[in-house]
Write a protein that binds this ligand. Structure first.
Ligand SMILES: NC(=O)C1=CN([C@@H]2O[C@H](COP(=O)(O)OP(=O)(O)OC[C@H]3O[C@@H](n4cnc5c(N)ncnc54)[C@H](O)[C@@H]3O)[C@@H](O)[C@H]2O)C=CC1
Ligand SMILES: Nc1nc(O)c(N)c(N[C@@H]2O[C@H](COP(=O)(O)O)[C@@H](O)[C@H]2O)n1
Length: 221
């Protein structure tokens, strides 16, 4: 499995405001870049915090890209994956519509009622006791044929993926806005590293709109 984390952050490293409302950090050119990355992926992964904040659809927007996928015997859209320990994904979430297969990764903590509600529109994967065990969940997803995986946030999930050693590549659009706020989500939140810090090898720097896209490989992968 190859895991690419992609996000858009402000010049001061925030993914959204302290109200956790989605902000247009990037413009059309970056959304096109993200659309191509989705089209190249077998799955797009987010944490439930992102589902609750943004209600994303996570589909490929460009019909030409969807058609190319069909021509190569792939579904028009990549699968969508939500990491959601207790099954908080609302049953009317956009991510649960029939545009693509959706996997909801739960822990043992998810109730029978939440499982039944989600099982109508999603494939359920259970790994971990209180929180989703990402190593086990991603191994199950790989068994389902999901090899090229893109993660779109948010900061809690991105930190945990680095902590679990699951990230191969990081692509970040840095936009020309300051969001500020000590409680606003950043690229990697969670508990934070204190002794050993994942290292990155810078691969490319590309100017896009009024910002820049940085691509790093995770060192020693
Ligand atoms: N600018 C950008 O590119 C993006 C911005 N965002 C923003 O990020 C914010 C949401 O991010 P977060 O609140 O950090 O939520 P998140 O999307 O990272 O989800 C975190 C949640 O996932 C669940 N989870 C289960 N197992 C987990 C594990 N092992 N590790 C980590 N999480 C686990 C927990 O319920 C946890 O609270 C929103 O404000 C959204 O707008 C989200 C995606 C992209
Ligand atoms: N590339 C990018 N630029 C921004 O400025 C953003 N705020 C985001 N957010 C991500 O896009 C998701 C929405 O996807 P759909 O359009 O609903 O398919 C959102 O949840 C964030 O992951 N991305």
């Amino acid at each position: 499995m190859h895991v690419v984390v992609n996000a858009a952050m402000s010049a001061d490293g925030k993914l959204s405001s302290r109200r956790r409302e989605q902000i247009a950090i990037s413009g059309e050119a970056d959304f096109d870049r993200v659309d191509r990355l989705r089209a190249d992926s077998d799955a797009v992964v987010v944490g439930v915090g992102t589902v609750l904040a943004d209600d994303p659809h996570l589909t490929v927007k460009d019909e030409t890209l969807r058609e190319k996928r069909r021509e190569s015997d792939r579904p028009a859209n990549p699968a969508r994956v939500v990491v959601d320990s207790s099954g908080r994904t609302p049953t009317d979430a956009a991510i649960l519509d029939d545009a693509a297969t959706t996997y909801v990764c739960l822990s043992e903590a998810a109730s029978v009622e939440r499982r039944a509600a989600l099982a109508d529109s999603a494939e359920l994967v259970t790994a971990g006791e209180e929180r989703v065990d990402l190593l086990r969940a991603f191994a199950t997803l790989q068994e389902q044929g999901l090899e090229q995986v893109m993660v779109e946030g948010g900061g809690e999930l991105i930190f945990s993926l680095f902590d679990a050693g699951l990230v191969d590549e990081l692509r970040v659009f840095i936009g020309s806005k300051i969001i500020g706020g000590r409680d606003a989500p950043t690229l990697a939140d969670g508990e934070g590293f204190v002794t050993e810090f994942p290292s990155l090898d810078l691969e490319s720097v590309d100017r896009l709109d009024d910002g820049v896209v940085l691509t790093w490989r995770v060192a020693d992968r």
